[in-house]
Design a protein around this ligand. Structure first.
Ligand SMILES: [Zn+2]
Ligand SMILES: [Zn+2]
Length: 319
């Protein structure tokens, strides 16, 4: 499924199989998660995508040929597709910030396809348990959520703003840590609120409500007005983590909301270490993913439903 230009529908196309370069693997794609970032690229909210582009950066497939993995190995391909390995960020364990990084389904072709090619060093071998469609959302929703949770610090009372693909995984990880989870959704989004409660949230309700003081908040919804809202909900010393790649402008707010050593920070991309840690963690004790499965050729429909807020959990393309 090809994006020719931002703001236009994806179209089915037969593309020539890309040549395999050194260090790469060719993958038979079985499933690919649909991420809000795909929607931002599709809608032209992120600058300078490769064009034409195959979207998709939560690829689950089996290796056909190439480096590092024997053919038949089930692997996952995440958003971070390549880094330079030599800049100050790469050399200090922060490859997620590499200036020259390339991203799957954005500046590299991704997984809304029958086959994909990826740099083997950035792919993860996947645990054998669970189906392709169930594991796909871990590769971005799970990974970015895991990184956001880590950067939220040791907060016993955690607020999640926007309860979609990422939050529904983070809620389970946070509960295992013994944290109390509060899920904030759009007013009246009963599907998301009921899912949050099923997955262990102590409370689920509308943004703007204040059930309890929070120690940290993670904002998954791309709405800048949630930053002052979440700052107003957290205790002194708490952190508000903005987990999305794109957000509308943050309105100005009184300094009093930030005072008391409150912190606002973003989370950018992921490192390979994040992936290894999360997959080890869920390999021992699987998290449940709630998925809505679409066939590959319905990618545009999956994106439309995500845009409209009608996905409960995560959308995944089955290939
Ligand atoms: Zn670098
Ligand atoms: Zn993503």
């Amino acid at each position: 499924m090809v994006l020719d230009a931002p703001g236009t529908p994806l179209r089915a196309a037969d593309l020539p199989a890309p040549d395999l370069r050194g260090g790469q693997i060719r993958i038979r794609v079985h499933a690919c998660g649909v991420c809000r970032t795909d929607l931002h690229v599709r809608d032209g909210e992120l600058p300078d995508p490769k064009l034409p582009l195959v979207l998709g950066h939560q690829i689950v497939g089996t290796v056909l040929e190439g480096d590092r993995f024997p053919p038949g190995t089930r692997v996952g391909v995440p958003w971070l597709g390549w880094t330079c390995g030599e800049c100050r960020y790469c050399l200090s364990g922060r490859e997620n910030l590499c200036d020259r990084a390339l991203f799957t389904g954005y500046t590299l072709d991704g997984g809304y396809a029958e086959e994909a090619v990826a740099d083997a060093r950035y792919c993860f071998p996947l645990p054998a348990e669970r189906s392709d469609v169930e594991i796909a959302p871990l590769l971005c929703a799970g990974l970015i959520g895991y990184r956001a949770l880590r950067l939220a610090g040791d907060a016993p009372r955690l607020g999640l703003y926007g309860f979609g693909a990422s939050a529904h995984i983070v809620a389970q990880l946070a509960r295992r840590d013994g944290r109390t989870v509060y899920a904030f959704t759009r007013p009246g989004d009963e599907a998301a609120q009921s899912l949050a409660l099923e997955l262990g949230a102590t409370w689920a309700g509308a943004v703007g409500e204040r059930p309890e003081e929070l120690d940290a908040a993670i904002i998954f919804a791309p709405a800048g007005e949630l930053v002052p809202e979440a700052l107003g909900a957290i205790a002194k010393g708490g952190t508000v983590v903005c987990a999305g790649i794109h957000m509308s402008d943050i309105p100005s707010f009184p300094y009093e909301l930030l005072w008391g050593e409150r912190v606002v920070r973003s989370v950018a991309n992921l490192t390979r270490r994040d992936g290894e840690e999360l997959l080890a963690r869920v390999g021992e004790d699987p998290v449940r993913t709630e998925v809505q499965v679409f066939p590959l050729e319905a990618a545009e429909e999956a994106l439309a439903q995500l845009r409209a807020g009608r996905i409960r959990g995560a959308a995944v393309l089955a290939v």
